[in-house]
Design a protein around this ligand. Sequence first.
Ligand code: AMP
Length: 217
Amino acid sequence: MKNIIFIAPPAAGKGTVSAMICDKYNIPHISTGDLLRDEIAKETKIGMQIKEIIARGDLVSSDIIVKLLKKRLLEKDAKKGYILDGYPRNIDQARGYDELLKELSGEMGKVIFLDIDKEEALKRVTSRIVCPKCGASYNLMTKELAPVREGICDRCDSKLSVRADDNEETFGKRFDTYMKETYPLIEYYQKAGNLVRIDVNGKSTSEVFEEVKKVIV
Ligand code: AMP
């Protein structure tokens, strides 16, 4: 099983596809967004520092991310492969990740670019609801992605809510940040020979999952 990195604009479906891969191959889904939200939920010192930054849609400092990520990658369940979601988000972080892999003797694996148009991403983001407890993500746009019981998490029975940064204004900012900061990574990983592009426009999650499966095993 290869380590996987997803590069995708907000709401391209990386969270949902990641969850499907993890269920099937029993590897952890390591999302830097989740690691950060966890700090906020636990009201740690880091959590207090980053709460406003995340609500604004700005990027959290690389030092904080690397610290949280290193701790997470050293946990036992990450040894047999993992999905890294939301990191690296810019060239600086990609270099930081190369360094971290060297330090941990880890492997890069595959970098999967989920390509989606801005209009379709916006539609998805404004109909997304999430579970604040277990991180599961649902979408009210299609029945396939909606929770079975309205407003309740299928996995842990918690009440679902809208993420603080899932509104049109913050989406616009996050998308622009993605284009400016993250999009250049495509060339970075293409040159390194690790990149695979999957067009997700108009595709269901299961269709995207089928394409991803072919790349990772
Ligand atoms: P996500 O769940 O990946 O959409 O991330 C939500 C928010 O967490 C982002 O808008 C950023 O504020 C922050 N964040 C997540 N990952 C990173 C990262 N690699 N570098 C900087 N900030 C991040």
